[in-house]
Design a protein around this ligand. Structure first.
Ligand SMILES: C[S@@+](CC[C@H](N)C(=O)[O-])C[C@H]1O[C@@H](n2cnc3c(N)ncnc32)[C@H](O)[C@@H]1O
Length: 389
């Protein structure tokens, strides 16, 4: 039986819906802070993200603005399913054509702890079949599908016997902020860098100093924050653009309002140094692409030679930590000299070391004021805080 083609269209543009804003493990406190600052206080949270109520228009704004998020997922259905057959049937019964056209390329992603599934690719395939078969049954056409995330992205979360069905309004993940074409070595993911800066409590007015800057991720994110800007404003493709609710005119208005709110007129000192010339080249190229090259003072030098302004500010160092760069044995002395540098040259500042090696961190020889957990990919890390009197 062919069902009536009835896109929800613009009817729900101003209607509050439930969205799950996902992030890396341990980033939730900082994403919560970011969401609350944008007037979207979450009503529920778990280890991998936060639930908010928002309109489709709000979500256009949030996809541009949220620097520590990974994806913004629109909850379109929630049901119980105890086995694969039931899951297929319930997914096949969703009126997908209310949300997107059969001409769209679809990508399915999924996450599950269900005992019948030991391969997430298999679950993706099962869900994709249910959706494609829906279009085949009702419109006699099979939408193109694959892993590209370039148009409609559907995310299925199956936990015990509960299933959450989402449309991914971000499409391609928000982890990448688009400016980093030269990653140099062992870079921190852009949305993780933003969360780490939030965790330092930096006020965006005092100096931000980043010795061992590598590809410049921290300095670039800091400059964008100080200028009330977002690198995601340059992104031209989001998942929401492929849904019926998308209104190009409204998206343009939101984007242009955010462009007007940028303010680089009174920037603090933002300093990025590295002893490797290629790292400084990468920082220059990446910051140029992000539009903040002129607000970052870059220099090739040993970290100990970094110029330190007089005001109270933040010094954030992400030294090599053995897992991914160089050999561990050589690194102990480097960490001890970071401690000496903090003590001797950074009085009055708050010092931070972001590292994945706690044994090396002990070599710093200073008392930590806080130890904040993060994950950099699969590596468990700490942001160590030092009050430098
Ligand atoms: C883990 S990487 C930093 C990655 C950076 N956070 C990013 O996102 O690209 C560590 C950096 O420390 C630099 N480095 C190592 N020893 C140094 C030293 N003595 N002085 C200055 N930089 C140093 C390396 O060249 C490398 O770029």
């Amino acid at each position: 039986m062919r069902i009536e083609y009835l896109p929800l269209g613009k009817n729900i543009l101003n209607q509050k819906e439930v969205f799950f804003v996902s992030c890396a493990p341990h980033v939730t406190p900082w994403l919560k802070q970011e969401l609350t600052a944008c007037n979207f206080p979450p009503f529920e949270e778990n280890y991998t993200g936060l639930f908010i109520k928002a309109t489709f228009q709000d979500v256009i704004l949030l996809n541009y603005k949220l620097l520590s998020a990974s994806r913004i997922l629109w909850l379109i259905d929630k049901f119980k399913s105890s086995d694969q057959k039931q899951l297929y049937k319930k997914l096949n019964n969703i009126r997908w054509s209310d949300y997107f056209s059969e001409k769209k390329y679809i990508t399915v992603t999924s996450q599950t702890n269900h005992p019948s599934i030991n391969n997430s690719m298999f679950l993706n395939q099962l869900c994709k079949d249910a959706i494609v078969d829906y279009y085949q049954k009702n419109f006699n056409i099979r939408p193109d599908s694959g892993p590209l995330r370039s148009e409609v992205v559907i995310h299925i979360h199956w936990q015990h016997d509960q299933v959450w069905v989402y449309l991914d309004t971000s499409g391609e993940q928000l982890n990448k902020h688009g400016y980093r074409q030269n990653p140099f070595k062992a870079p921190v993911q852009e949305n993780l860098a933003a969360a780490i800066i939030y965790a330092t409590g930096w006020d965006r007015k005092s100096s931000f100093i980043n010795p061992m800057c590598g590809s410049g991720t921290f300095a670039i994110e800091a400059a964008l924050m100080a200028g009330n800007s977002s690198p995601l404003l340059d992104r031209v493709n989001f998942g929401y653009m492929h849904l019926f609710n998308y209104d190009k005119k409204i998206q343009r208005q939101i984007k242009s309002r955010l462009e007007d709110e940028k303010d680089f007129t009174s920037m603090p000192a933002i300093i990025a140094t590295d002893n490797n010339g290629y790292a400084i080249k990468a920082t220059r190229e990446n910051s140029n692409r992000a539009g903040v090259e002129h607000y970052i003072d870059m220099e090739k030098c040993d970290f100990k030679e970094t110029k330190i302004p007089d005001d109270p500010g933040v010094v954030l160092v992400n030294p090599p930590y053995g897992e991914r760069l160089g050999e561990k044995e050589d690194l102990g002395a480097l960490y001890t000299s970071i401690g000496d540098f903090f003590k001797q040259k950074c009085k009055g500042k708050t010092g931070f070391i972001f590292t994945g090696d706690l044994a090396l961190a002990k070599k710093v020889g200073l008392r930590t004021a806080a130890r904040i957990p993060f994950f950099n990919g699969t590596i468990e890390c700490r942001l160590l805080k030092y009050d430098l009197y």
